[in-house]
Write a protein that binds this ligand. Structure first.
Ligand SMILES: [Fe+2]
Ligand SMILES: [Fe+2]
Length: 393
């Protein structure tokens, strides 16, 4: 089989993983994923950019063997095992090869994969490395999404290899894409679940990317962008401070009290023309919740008191949201209890990384009564006023 080429001497050696359902044992992968890696055939040296997850290394090594080349350099942009895991295997096949990376990534690779010190060639930020007629330039981009992450730029062919940065979890038979709504939603899901906590770092690193002349962006998951502006523009919007006139309603109801309150809340949002996304967190796809958190202005958490705490499914979502640190500005709490509770403080404490302005909480004693419906209506009116105040309505 003829390997796929990005340009005359740049090959795609990635492997599609159609069946993978979870990443980090938590993130749903409705489209599977891929582990992309690339081979650059310079006139003097052959370089591999990243590798694959070890569970796919056999197919990957077959792809390498088909090219019948000796690998001199393995560029490691990121130490996480879905990209670095096959490095030891490649080193065993090509014992002369050097792993090219930054100091921090080297230390991670030594710890995680037990690669000996003498196998490394350490580079500095902005350093260039010649492959003969081709030149690689490295830019350090820490915290997308680990502290050691970097991107590699192939100067002559104007191809950027950003590893996880700008990537998407999708297994596909069409590896090149100009970008469309479906690809954008896979990239948004990826950004939401993996990159969003590092929004401020990413904003800075996006400037590095924008200052380079790029014809193609070749990440280490998902499609290769043949129109770099497509993904750069999408990221600019996601990392910006822009918010959408949208409310997230995340709830659990055990005996119908919360459900009644949430249904009433929903009707009032409809009456006032405020768009919303409703998630019953007992069965919601957490990736969909993460995507909504990329730009929704308001988050409403609604939970019964369960053994003096938020419902455990709500606690899980609160912990997930807190880790994602979304730019969401406003929040409201609706809860229902039968005896003692400190639910308001508990929820706020669980969202302590988020900078939220709270509406007055609505704590129901059992089933919602007339005064509770009035409070809910007031909360929805306040949402509209706040959204107006920040200019999104
Ligand atoms: Fe990663
Ligand atoms: Fe990755």
């Amino acid at each position: 089989m003829e390997p796929i080429k990005l340009s005359e001497r740049v090959y795609f050696l990635g492997v599609q993983d159609w069946d993978r359902e979870l990443f980090d044992e938590i993130i749903p992968l409705p489209q599977g994923t891929s582990y992309n890696c690339y081979l650059i055939k310079g006139s003097e040296k052959v370089a591999l950019i990243d590798t694959v997850d070890p569970k796919k290394e056999d197919i990957f090594l077959e792809n390498i063997k088909e090219l019948n080349l000796k690998i001199d350099l393995i560029i490691s942009n990121h130490a996480e095992q879905d990209h670095s895991g096959a490095i030891p295997k490649v080193l065993s096949l090509y014992p002369e090869a050097k792993v090219v990376t930054n100091e921090k990534c080297k230390n991670f690779l030594r710890d995680l994969l037990l690669i000996p010190e003498d196998k490394f060639l350490t580079i500095k930020d902005g350093e260039e490395l010649s492959l003969g007629d081709m030149t690689l330039k490295f830019f350090f981009t820490p915290w997308v999404h680990w502290p050691e992450t970097m991107v590699t730029y192939l100067k002559e062919d104007k191809i950027l290899f950003p590893c996880d940065f700008l990537a998407s979890h999708i297994a596909t038979g069409e590896i090149f894409s100009k970008g469309d709504d479906f690809i954008k939603s896979t990239a948004k899901r990826y950004y939401a679940e993996i990159m969003m906590p590092y929004r401020i770092s990413i904003k800075k690193h996006l400037e590095i990317v924008k200052n380079l002349k790029i014809d193609m962006i070749a990440p280490s998951h998902g499609v290769i962008y043949t129109d770099p502006k497509f993904i750069i523009n999408a990221y600019e919007d996601w990392v910006s401070d822009n918010l959408k006139n949208e409310v997230i309603l995340a709830y659990v109801s055990m005996h119908g009290s919360i459900e009644k309150a949430v249904d009433f809340f929903e009707r009032k949002l409809v009456n006032l023309g405020i768009p919303y996304k409703k998630f019953n967190v007992t069965r919601a796809d957490i990736g969909e919740i993460a995507m909504a958190l990329v730009d929704s202005a308001t988050l409403i958490i609604s939970t019964p008191v369960f053994l003096a705490n938020p419902h455990p499914k709500i606690s899980f979502i609160l912990s997930f949201i807190n880790d994602l640190r979304p730019k969401t500005r406003f929040a409201g709490i609706i809860s229902s209890f039968s005896w003692g509770q400190r639910i308001e403080e508990q929820i706020k404490a669980q969202l302590n990384f988020c900078k939220l302005e709270y509406f007055p909480s609505i704590i129901l004693k059992g089933y919602p009564k007339q005064r509770d419906f009035s409070s809910i209506e007031n909360m929805v009116i306040s949402i509209k006023e706040k959204h107006k105040e920040i200019g999104i309505l």
